[in-house]
Design a protein around this ligand. Sequence first.
Ligand code: IFM
Length: 456
Amino acid sequence: MDLDVPRGFELGVATSSWQIEGDVAGRGRANWDDFAERPGAIVDGSTGEPACDHVHRLAEDLDLLGWLGVDAYRFSVSWPRVMPEGTGALSPSGLDFYDRLVDGLLERGIKPAATLFHWDLPSTLEDAGGWPARDTAYRFADYAHAMGEHFAGRVDRWATLNEPWCSAFLGYCAGYFAPGRTEPGASLAAAYHLILGHGLAIERLRDAGARNVGIVLNLIPVISESPEMDAAARHVDGVQNRIFLDLLAGDGISDEIRTSCRGLTDWGFVRDDDRAVMSTPIDWLGENYYTVMRVAPLSPTDVHAIGQDVSMFPGCPPLSFVPRPPLTDMGWEILPEGVELALRMASDSLPGIPLWICENGAAVHESTDATGIHDPIRSEYLEDHIRALLRARDKGFDVRGYYAWSLLDNLEWASGWTKKFGLVRVDPATGTRTPKDSAHWYRELLSSRSPEPPRS
Ligand code: IFM
């Protein structure tokens, strides 16, 4: 392998609770369980049961991680599994599951990296208003504190939220994700309260003894394809990226967003003293990088890429997203060098904060024969992105690690089982796990690393 990753650069894989766990009966209900029951919400009618049946196959999945030889495993805690009502009493069986996961990782020398919210909100809280309601931010902080008290000392790295853009705008503006609301004003309040909840949670995690606390954003570089589209591209960038970076930097909601989203909300949910809470210092920032977005004049022959649609951007002017080939099965342009643009956005807004790529991967064509599951495009995608990341590191970006998405084929949200990102195939009918060629490739990369040169 001629890809030389220094030992000190952390390599891992990532998953999330609702996408893999199953065992719906063993936890409280989540907004995604309710959403999945709506006809047509998930393209193939899948639900959270059995997903990858990870709860019952934990030992096997821990062994897979050990076999791969990852440094770290990024998982998310299902809030309704550990706190079924969203507030109050903790579930002993829910905690026991994550105890076995965390301890199983530590026994195998793998660092546990926990995310507290990867979109599965307890239904009780969704029914009470969800993220557009300010109270949800305080309930999130209480839940984070409880997790910190239970797991501090064993979890190596904590993220409050994963991709708040998706929760806010896919969930409450486009209605493409749970809870399926199509209220642009509410989606802006949701984005704001998610970051308020993040800031409150950072404080409460630290109070509980947790260290290495941060957040994971999906920062997507937005490219204007012609000068006349510059303003439209700025709007998309504002709602996709800047709104979150500005809030985390303590700058509040920018005049630009207030202007471009005027008429959608009176911003009555914004309070001056929230800025300090939202910008509570973090120890690291995670970015999930998959693709870029190209903005062009509206065209009837628009190619649809999942996640790229004007309905997901409140206040968006007419435009088309025009990804350039090569594309993944999601319709996402493959552009490894875009990772540097994504790192630049973060390091310009939040200078001095160490960066991690917390997700990167691709749903691609695979073929199966007697010799295995062949997914050369995925291995090439991962390799090209890791190379681009190491080049950015050499240029001075303080990027410390990389997690491939995903360990397992899993429930790809509204796309159900129709899009596969796993290094390991999961047969949805039997649950059988089979490492693909890309898993063998990643394993070889992990074991072939040279030692970190001594620091002078
Ligand atoms: O599967 C998702 C994950 O849950 C969040 N980031 C993007 C992935 C691929 O769409």
